[in-house]
Design a protein around this ligand. Structure first.
Ligand code: BGC
Length: 363
């Protein structure tokens, strides 16, 4: 079968003829890949700065944002049948009996670091014509979401983050209503974060680099989030215009932008980091000022990675809600579709021309 393969030792990326996977256990399902979204993590993998092939393989099949169609089911599989559309989760638990997170179905909180991630760490991903997966890691996607369900995985980042924020803010005795949010960055994670925040009732502003007009600003404003450019509006001016945010949702992967935004955070506020920055970003901070601010304002800085079963289920529900509330809003986030042969050019920005989410399609 056709598969994209990254060879870290040879520093090469090419489409190969890989062995077609077969069911190995009665609880597995074979899935024909329909669409794979690409993201910043894929860029790091293609630049050989991140990602590891499965043990014993010289290459890694990338791709972790996927929509596929079931083509074969194992004899013990219940509730899935041929023709179902499915979205796979990314992370698989570590093998250690002592890891409470993995043993409780939450490899997203793994303590040992020995988890695997399909398409990223020690396991092949979905950028191939088909893959085999245990049914426990698949979510059925409604047919009505056929055109946008590839956005499920990036939306799970917001689902998990906002669930964590809800838990954290339960520390406040008066149970505050969702207040003001600022989303840093207007890529796919930022845009889906905007929709998730608006749906929960946050008054949401997007703060991103490029001045208007641009497609990202238009997408955010189309769903009701004003867009301000950090090239035109300072963090102080942002606070004057939009008010101090109770929640900053960082979706840039830029350490500088994230720490700069702390100046704007309201008392009792939460800053959520979702980006996995590429290496080599130096930062100088006024440590004492920052520490004083966090203490005197009871602020929380939260990192969040990956997502669990319930976050994928919540993301699929929310895609349906977003589509009903903002017709066309999700579709406009997918700005280009390409064949697998274009994977490297799309990930490295040579094809697709800016845009928001680029997707690889498999027939
Ligand atoms: C993926 C996560 C993954 C993280 C770290 C992100 O791009 O969406 O599923 O845990 O990278 O590898």
């Amino acid at each position: 079968m056709k598969a994209v393969a990254v060879f870290p030792k040879q520093r090469e990326v090419r489409v190969i003829d890989a062995p077609e996977p077969r069911l190995q256990s009665p609880t597995q399902v074979k899935v024909r890949t329909r669409e794979v979204g690409v993201c910043g993590t894929d860029k790091d993998i293609l630049e050989f700065a991140y990602g590891t092939p499965p043990p014993g393989s010289e290459y890694l099949i990338p791709g972790h944002e996927c929509l596929g169609e079931v083509v074969e089911v194992g004899s013990a599989v219940r509730g899935f049948q041929k023709g179902d559309l499915v979205v796979p989760r990314v992370r698989r638990p570590c093998p250690h009996a002592t890891c409470p997170a993995c043993r409780h179905g939450h490899p997203d909180f793994c303590l040992t670091g020995d988890y695997t991630e399909r398409g990223i760490k020690d396991a092949h991903g979905f950028c191939a014509e088909s893959f085999v997966e245990d049914v426990a890691y698949l979510h059925r996607a409604p047919v009505e979401l056929r055109d946008v369900a590839v956005l499920t995985e990036p939306l799970t980042i917001a689902e998990k983050a906002l669930r964590q924020v809800k838990h954290i803010q339960e520390r406040l005795p008066w149970r505050p209503e969702p207040g003001r949010a600022v989303v840093l960055g207007a890529g796919p994670v930022g845009q889906l974060g905007v929709m998730a925040l608006l749906r929960r009732g946050y008054v949401t502003t997007v703060y991103s680099r490029s001045p208007k007009p641009n497609v990202k600003a238009a997408a955010a404003e189309a769903v009701g989030a004003p867009y301000l450019s950090s090239k035109e509006v300072s963090p102080e001016e942002l606070v004057r215009r939009a008010g101090a945010p109770d929640l900053v949702y960082e979706a840039t992967g830029s350490a500088t932008a994230a720490f700069e935004s702390l100046k704007a955070l309201a008392p009792n506020g939460v800053l959520v980091f979702t980006g996995v920055p590429s290496h080599g970003q130096e930062l100088s901070l006024e440590g004492a000022e920052l520490m004083k601010q966090w203490v005197l304002r009871n602020q929380v800085v939260l990192g969040t990675v990956n997502a669990s079963d319930s976050d994928f289920a919540a993301a699929l529900d929310d895609l349906g809600r977003f589509r009903a509330r903002w017709p066309g809003g999700l579709e406009r986030l997918i700005t280009s579709r390409h064949p697998p042969e274009d994977f490297a050019d799309v990930v490295l920005g040579k094809k697709g021309g800016g845009g928001i989410k680029h997707v690889i399609t498999f027939g």
